[in-house]
Write a protein that binds this ligand. Sequence first.
Ligand code: ADP
Ligand code: MG
Length: 240
Amino acid sequence: MIDVKNLCKSFGDHQVLKGVNEHIEKGEKVVIIGPSGSGKSTFLRCLNLLEEPTSGDIIFEGQNITSKVTDINLIRRKMGMVFQQFNLFPHLTVRENIKLAPVKLKIMTEDEADKRAIQLLERVGLPDKADSYPVQLSGGQQQRIAIARALAMNPDVMLFDEPTSALDPEMVGEVLEIMKELADDGMTMVVVTHEMGFAREVGTRVLFMDGGNIVEQNEPHAFFTNPKHPRLKDFLSKVL
Ligand code: ADP
Ligand code: MG
């Protein structure tokens, strides 16, 4: 589904991604871990071109999306993204937040988008919040709405950038539970997280990023029980 070839990204003379190669299959749940500043967010943001790669190729569903002729909006439609800080529009209700993109991009009529919004609110367990504003919701509820909003476009892959890092501890579980259900439904997912339990239970593959490269990857059991790279051993000894 996604093929990343020699992806480099620099901000000025600071090279953040140093030639990342990665291949993600349909249905995989890829979990990315690594120290702060190692380039995890930049990698994720390059995948859907929120950041423009400096060089390298990203092939998504057979199409080279780094080519200048690619319609970026078409790609973003197929890649849902969830951020650490929810990023809901504060002046719109929950329902309006979810409907906005599909209606604006003329993918759905108002009625269709409304039906879809209600369906998604049920899916994330918040059917009674349709007409609330984000400020009236807890952090965990806001993040569940952000997930519903990302799903409104029927994406082929969901990208999550530390979706639970900004939450109070008691709200982490409800968001992870929604993500787990999404995984069980077969969604292709790429998840940057510090939740090692999630990586173990839900991940089909775990990647360790350090210094702008993926330095080790494995299926979860081997990844956590038999790390090879000294940096990964050191990292795991601090977080586990
Ligand atoms: P991580 O998500 O692993 O913590 P990031 O991808 O956010 O790492 O950042 C990697 C490095 O790139 C950091 O040194 C960060 O300061 C730098 N960086 C990220 N975004 C920008 C930006 N828009 N402009 C300049 N530097 C950036
Ligand atoms: Mg980050």
